[in-house]
Design a protein around this ligand. Structure first.
Ligand code: ARG
Length: 501
């Protein structure tokens, strides 16, 4: 928890909504044993982080309760008392006035508070349920909510990158390999390259959603229940089209959380990658972009500075996302079959991912429109390099000269230009012909950056026609992803459908 707090993932100011210990409804003392030491309770309690699951827990309980009433495992009149109690807890939670007793987790705290409010009738609710299937249900609802609510903004970001690309089709800059100038491309192409990566993030979120379609509710502690439950009914109420297949697997399965954390770590890597490009491009060495003042930071000492701290922090915070994924993998590695309390440690990485991903995304969407390309600088960079060398070689190939021979001839021309301090685009036919007779006025015409860019019409290439086609495909896919995600019921919608059931 401390590591996550340091990474900016703490729930903000420590909440003090918990009140002192309440009646212990299911601790060892309730079964006639010794009372738990308060220090041990403090160390082992997950209530502080579990608060993020409170709404999911209440909705899960409402669905479980509806199932218990339908199957007549509990009497209808008492069931309605419990339902009204749960609805009141939801309303208090939404109003921010719900004080939960200092129990070992949110599930026990809700049950204890319910008992305080409606009395012992609350004890019927935990029939045919364990906290093990309860927490698995809460977590799936949480991940499903987080993933479905993120797909729209990630898709919108892809659309924003696409429309910015359309606006920047005539600005050219060098593309790099090995951090050396390689070939001229358009800014549109660079933007579309990042859009392609973020589109994969939206697709990965859709995969995460596909891993949250089975309801864990009703597998009990580890092996099911002898009570005549109807798991399918509860699953339907929670918007799960399926049920998990095996209780022993279900209570120890956090793969869906891993998938979400992986998706978040991958997004963070993509965000870092874009941030690094912007940071580089904003240096005086590159000079390709300027950052507007409202997203740049000054230095406390150097008055001339305009620093890209925002992009550095988008990149820097990716460490916590990657660390969270690693932490969850390590927690899961080596656990025996069934439920183990270690699993409670899933909360740190998972809640970190559900908070840090939307925050970083919001910053990117805010910042990129405030990054302006400087056409004069990007064109100067192209003029001083030899980035059209491959295009010249390809012009010779078009005339039937074998590529290896053309490659050699252009290599010799580049060296000659470097020795004579002449840019490749400035090589005259007479000058070039001294290197190889194949060079004539016609072949040298490809040497403008505009010519080099517009000729790369292969699919996935940097010509405007290729970029335009790729953007159209990306835009269609982004729209389809946003549309499909909007069909997943949110926890709030589930509550609305369960509160009167
Ligand atoms: N606080 C626990 C968790 O988050 C809930 C399940 C506890 N189960 C148990 N048998 N102690 O994982």
């Amino acid at each position: 928890a401390t590591a996550h707090a340091a990474a900016g993932c703490a729930a903000g100011a420590r909440r003090s909504l918990e009140k002192g210990n309440a009646v212990s409804i299911a601790r060892t003392e309730a079964a006639g044993g010794l009372a738990l030491l308060p220090e041990v309770l403090r160390y082992t309690s997950s209530l502080e982080s579990d608060r993020a699951l409170l709404r999911e827990d209440l909705v899960g309980s409402l669905a479980h309760l509806a199932m218990l009433r339908k199957t007549r495992i509990i009497p209808e009149d008492q069931g309605l008392v419990i339902r009204n109690g749960l609805v009141e807890l939801w309303k208090a939670a939404e109003a921010g006035t719900l004080l939960l007793p200092g129990e070992e987790d949110v599930h026990m705290a809700v049950e204890a508070e319910l008992q305080r409010r409606i009395g012992d009738v609350s004890g019927l609710l935990h029939s045919a349920r364990s906290r093990n299937d309860q927490v698995a249900t809460d977590l799936r609802l949480h991940v499903r909510d987080a993933a479905s609510q993120l797909i729209g903004p990630v898709a919108a970001w892809v659309l924003e990158l696409a429309s910015r690309a359309r606006a920047e089709r005539d600005v050219l800059l060098p593309a790099y390999t090995h951090r050396q100038q390689a070939q001229p491309v358009s800014v549109a192409y660079w933007l579309a390259s990042h859009a392609a990566a973020f589109l994969r993030d939206a697709q990965t979120l859709r995969f995460v959603l596909s891993q949250c379609t089975a309801s864990p509710l009703g597998v009990g502690a580890v092996s099911g229940t002898s009570l005549p439950t109807d798991r399918a009914y509860a699953a339907t109420l929670l918007g799960f089209p399926q049920m998990t297949a095996n209780g022993m697997d279900t209570v120890g399965d956090r793969d869906f959380a891993l998938d979400f954390c992986f998706a978040g770590a991958k997004f963070a890597v993509h965000a870092s990658h874009l941030a690094t490009d912007v940071i580089d491009y904003a240096t005086s060495e590159f000079g390709f972009v300027t950052l507007s003042g409202d997203i740049s930071m000054g230095s406390s000492m150097m008055p001339q500075k305009k620093n890209p701290d925002l992009f550095e922090l988008i990149r820097g915070k990716s460490g916590a996302a990657i660390g969270g994924l690693t932490s969850l993998l390590v927690t899961l590695k080596g656990l025996p079959s069934g439920y183990n309390r270690d699993l409670q440690e899933d909360r740190g990485p998972l809640l970190c991912a559900t908070k840090s991903w939307p925050a970083a995304l919001a910053m990117l969407r805010l910042a990129l429109p405030r990054v302006t390309f400087d056409k004069a600088h990007t064109e100067r960079a192209l003029a001083s390099g030899f980035t059209q060398a491959t295009d010249l070689a390809e012009a010779l190939v078009k005339r039937g000269i074998p590529f290896r021979q053309a490659y050699k001839a252009v290599g010799a021309l580049v060296r000659k230009c470097q020795e004579s301090h002449v840019g490749l685009a400035d090589a005259t036919p007479d000058f070039a012909a001294t290197v190889d007779a194949a060079f004539d006025a016609d072949s040298l015409r490809v040497l403008t950056p505009e010519g080099a860019v517009s000729r790369k019409r292969s699919p996935g290439g940097t010509s405007w026609s290729s970029v335009d086609a790729s953007l159209n495909t990306m835009v269609d896919e982004a729209n389809a992803l946003a549309e499909s995600a909007s069909k997943t019921p949110t926890v709030a919608q589930l509550f609305a459908s369960l509160k009167d059931l």
